[in-house]
Design a binder for this molecule. Structure first.
Ligand SMILES: Cc1cc2nc3c(=O)[nH]c(=O)nc-3n(C[C@H](O)[C@H](O)[C@H](O)COP(=O)(O)OP(=O)(O)OC[C@H]3O[C@@H](n4cnc5c(N)ncnc54)[C@H](O)[C@@H]3O)c2cc1C
Length: 394
């Protein structure tokens, strides 16, 4: 079989399309294989962090995303008992990013923006209804087999980036482990057009509300609020998915307000897992294919986009003969270690914080009282610290 001088990408989610856009920008030909018949419209990530916006800016995608989203210059921590306990403003880290704010917008907006930009590129090819089912490789090429309309097709290219999500066929086909655990609790996201600003004075677009019995967080996206609740293991899936159950949870958000207009509800299992390597020969893993974590702090998609940029910057250098293969090993060293060290640790801590309001309040008060600690804290929650740490790993 002839080898095509292209990089293959499995999966057209936010991470796969960022990888494609960054390779094309560097003049590297790309083919994306996507299992779906179109881009996913699923409602999942809705928070873009400052350094992610900086990266998207270099791909021409930040402005259109901001135009379709909401700018969130601050975020708040509250407790159910006491209301507001701390507000943090991204202005404090304006020296470290060109976008000192979060953008609240669904990930499906980003994938559409990126695909629209890529469609006209001569070096870009996307194949929908093409599920990658097997991967083999030798020293100079990688072959992917896809299933398309019931028949299998194989193509051989130079490199493969597996961005085919948490159940990644690329990862399975390469035999790479996905170690970690699944929380016994699940998450329920309830979306409503109800205007929480009208009933909670001073509310920001991103608010975490701690409570030992049942915490929640409240995120605003254009036209809707998303309220996320943790559901204990003793409640059945059938019970959770009833209208009455969602209404009973929503009635705990603002005392005296019930019977919300509910647009949709989504139930999720929550995992903390990291692949045992992000590179095997000519194949790489990035995004959810490489790591999954709870959504507290919005680090899943953002971390995946950071993977995609780190990897494809290197791959482009190797493609053009400006760097050697060892540069690609550093993708695994940097991104896998920061995922283990910071993203996994931070998201697990974020969950604990919401369950233990009193120690959390005390630690926030200490951070707020010290401008240096506030600065460092904001670098951490906005994931700038993670990127700096990756650079230190060499
Ligand atoms: C409720 C919820 C809220 C979240 N909120 C946030 C947030 O605010 N911020 C944040 O950073 N993260 C958040 N996340 C996590 C975020 O949604 C994921 O990290 C993100 O979708 C990962 O992107 P990805 O491109 O790696 O994978 P995906 O988005 O899963 O995309 C994978 C793509 O690959 C395709 N595919 C799958 N298998 C194959 C195959 N075999 N061959 C070809 N194509 C295939 C799929 O159809 C899909 O298009 C949230 C997650 C949930 C569940």
């Amino acid at each position: 079989m002839s080898v095509q001088d292209r990089v293959f990408i499995a999966g057209a989610g936010p991470v796969g399309l960022v990888a494609a856009a960054n390779l094309l920008r560097a003049g590297v030909p790309v083919t994306v294989f996507e299992a779906g018949s179109d881009l996913s419209t699923e409602s999942r990530a809705s928070t873009f962090h400052p350094p992610t916006l900086d990266m998207l800016h270099s791909l021409g995608a930040a402005q259109p995303l901001i135009a379709q989203g909401l700018i969130a210059p601050s975020f708040q921590y509250r407790t159910k008992k006491d209301g507001l306990i701390a507000q943090f403003d991204f202005d404090a880290i304006a020296d470290a990013t060109a976008h000192p704010y979060r953008v609240q917008s669904e990930q499906s907006k980003l994938t559409r923006i990126l695909l629209d930009r890529l469609q006209g590129e001569p070096n870009f090819e996307i194949s929908f209804d093409s599920r990658v089912v097997a991967v083999t490789q030798d020293q100079s090429s990688v072959t992917v087999t896809t299933e398309r309309n019931g028949s299998a097709q194989s193509r051989t290219g130079r490199w493969l980036v597996g961005t085919d999500g948490a159940s990644s066929s690329v990862r399975r086909s390469l035999g790479i482990g996905f170690e970690g655990f699944t929380w016994p609790d699940r998450l329920l996201v309830v979306s409503t057009p109800f205007d929480f600003h009208a009933v909670i004075p001073g509310l920001t677009a991103v608010n975490y509300v701690a409570d030992p019995a049942r915490w929640h967080f409240l995120l605003q996206i254009p036209g809707l609020w998303r309220v996320m609740f943790l559901i204990k293991e003793d409640v059945s899936d059938e019970q959770i998915q009833t209208h009455e159950f969602a209404q009973s949870l929503m009635a705990t958000v603002v005392p005296g307000i019930s019977n919300y207009d509910i647009s949709h509800t989504t139930l999720y299992k929550v995992h903390q897992r990291v692949a045992s390597t992000f590179r095997l020969g000519r194949a790489f893993l990035a995004g959810d294919a490489a790591h999954i974590n709870n959504p507290l702090g919005g680090m899943g998609m953002n971390g995946g986009i950071h993977d995609a940029i780190n990897l494809t910057d290197r791959l482009a250098e190797v493609w053009h003969g400006r760097a050697d293969d060892a540069a690609l090993d550093r993708y695994d060293t940097q991104r896998r270690l920061v995922t283990l060290e910071t993203i996994q640790t931070q998201t697990i801590q974020n969950k604990k914080n919401l369950e233990t309001p009193e120690p959390f309040r005390q630690s926030l008060e200490a951070i707020k009282a010290d401008p240096r600690r506030t600065y460092e804290y904001l670098l951490r929650v906005s994931m700038i610290a993670t990127l700096r740490r990756a650079q230190e790993l060499g």
